[in-house]
Design a binder for this molecule. Structure first.
Ligand SMILES: Cc1cc2nc3c(=O)[nH]c(=O)nc-3n(C[C@H](O)[C@H](O)[C@H](O)COP(=O)(O)O)c2cc1C
Length: 150
C-alpha cells in the first residue's frame, strides 16, 4: 500500500541533493602558479552555476579543502574532473552524504581567504585525520569565513 503521504515523502530523483567534502594536497604545479586559486574560481563559478552546484573552497599554503553540494549526478560529474586535476593530489573524501538543506545555498563557490585567523584555525585541521566532528567543524568554519571571489 502506498498512500499519498508516503508518495509525498519520496523526493524525485532530480531533487536528490548531496554534499561532498574533501581535503587534498597542492602539487608543485599549483604552487608554481601564484594565481591558481583565481584560475580555479573563474571556471568554477560558471560551471558550478550551470550544474546547480554550490559550495566553498579553502586554500592554505599547501592544501585545499572543498565542499560541493548539489544534485547527485552533477556533483559526481564535477568530482570526475576534480579528481584528475594535476593541481592537487592525495584527495581524501571525508564526507559524501545526502542532504536536505545546503550549507552554501547562495554561493556557486565561496572562497575562504588567506586571513591569519582563518589559516590559524583551518590550516592545522587539514593535516590531521578527520573524524565526523572535525568534518562538521571544518564545514562550520568554512561557512563562517566564506566570501565571494578568489
Ligand atoms: C582544489 C580544486 C577545486 C576545484 N573546484 C572546482 C569546482 O568547484 N568547479 C569546477 O568547475 N572546477 C573546479 N576545479 C577545476 C576542475 O578540476 C577542472 O579543471 C575543471 O572543472 C575543468 O574540467 P575538465 O578538466 O574535465 O574539462 C577545481 C580544481 C581544483 C584543483
Amino acid at each position: 500500500m502506498c498512500g499519498p503521504r508516503s508518495r509525498a515523502a519520496k523526493p524525485s530523483l532530480e531533487f536528490r541533493v548531496k554534499k561532498i567534502v574533501y581535503v587534498s594536497r597542492k602539487t608543485d604545479a599549483a604552487r608554481r602558479d601564484p594565481d591558481h586559486v583565481r584560475h580555479i574560481n573563474e571556471l568554477a563559478l560558471i560551471r558550478n552555476a550551470g550544474l546547480l552546484v554550490t559550495g566553498a573552497l579553502v586554500a592554505t599554503e599547501n592544501r585545499f579543502a572543498q565542499v560541493l553540494e548539489g544534485p547527485n549526478a552533477n556533483v559526481d560529474t564535477l568530482m570526475v574532473s576534480i579528481l584528475r586535476d594535476p593541481r592537487h593530489t592525495a584527495i581524501n573524501v571525508i564526507r559524501d552524504t545526502p542532504i536536505r538543506r545546503r550549507t552554501f545555498p547562495k554561493w556557486s563557490l565561496a572562497y575562504v581567504g588567506p586571513s591569519t585567523y582563518v589559516q590559524g584555525l583551518i590550516q592545522p585541521m587539514l593535516a590531521e585525520p578527520f573524524t565526523t566532528a572535525q568534518t562538521d567543524k571544518l564545514v562550520r568554519l568554512m561557512r563562517e569565513f566564506a566570501r565571494e571571489g578568489g
